[in-house]
Design a protein around this ligand. Structure first.
Ligand code: DC
Length: 241
């Protein structure tokens, strides 16, 4: 009998900790949905940049974000992001977006709108497929504070910068290790020190340092934690128990 993930797994932590890859693998393996909340903040940021609005101009940012349609797909095998119905999966990964996303995501009204939409997507996935792995910065603290499994991933700045560089290179984006490290550190500093929902581990999160772990090992550890919490349930003829 195939096992399925039932319930919400909240995965938080800074970039380059292996969160996204491990979340997608876990969701794929156990037939769950996957929600990349960072992609939603990136789509909002792309819209801001395209509209020529300064990312620090909070009232203009809020006004714009109210009017746009941010779409994210929850298939872990093929995550997608769209802006007003047009696919922007690639366009949201540029250094320009990296540089502006912390300012946009620090605006409280932007977070309020996106968190409401994230909760709606999570409820839908729970109704339709029974489980979802949610990747972000404030999932365990704000978005789903009652998630049955919360994991906070960490890794040294050097390791995170190296992973980011490898991802950039694989996607054909050019960056030097020094630039990547500076960019990753800057974003983490801004994300951790903002007033509203800063990046931090929930009190009941399991801390997992991935500096010396291969991605397979991170996925294996998450699977073990999900199993311990009773989140891997049986699947019988399309229904779960
Ligand atoms: O996961 P990512 O690197 O794609 O996220 C991009 C940015 O979005 C990140 O620097 C901070 C913000 N973010 C956030 O504030 N809250 C989340 N739940 C997810 C991301």
């Amino acid at each position: 009998m195939a096992r399925a993930l039932c319930g919400v797994v909240a995965l938080d932590g800074p970039s380059g900790t292996g969160k996204t890859t491990a979340a997608r693998r876990l969701a794929t393996e156990f037939g769950a949905g996957y929600l990349d909340t960072g992609a939603m903040y990136r789509v909002a940021t792309l819209a801001v940049l395209r509209a020529g609005i300064g990312p620090d101009d909070a009232s203009a940012v809020v006004e714009l974000v109210r009017r746009i349609e941010i779409g994210v797909g929850t298939d872990p095998k093929e995550p997608s992001a769209s802006l007003d119905g047009v696919d922007v999966s690639e366009a949201i990964r540029t250094e320009e977006v990296n540089q502006a996303v912390s300012a946009v995501s620090a605006v409280p009204e932007v977070r309020e709108m996106l968190v409401a939409e994230q909760r709606r997507i999570i409820r839908k996935a729970l109704d339709e497929v029974g489980g979802i792995v949610v990747d972000g910065r404030d999932i365990g603290t704000v978005v789903v504070p009652d998630a049955p499994l919360k994991v906070f991933l960490t890794a040294s700045a050097d390791v995170r910068a190296r992973r980011r560089s490898a991802q950039d290179a694989a996607a054909g984006r050019v960056s030097t290790p020094e630039e990547t490290k500076a960019s990753v550190e800057r974003r983490d500093r801004l994300d951790s020190t903002r007033a509203n929902s800063p990046l931090r581990a929930a009190d009941d999160a399991v801390l997992l340092d991935t500096s010396d772990l291969a991605l397979d090992e991170v996925t294996a550890k998450l699977t073990e934690l999900a199993e311990d919490r009773g989140l891997l349930c049986g699947e019988v003829a399309g229904t779960r128990r």
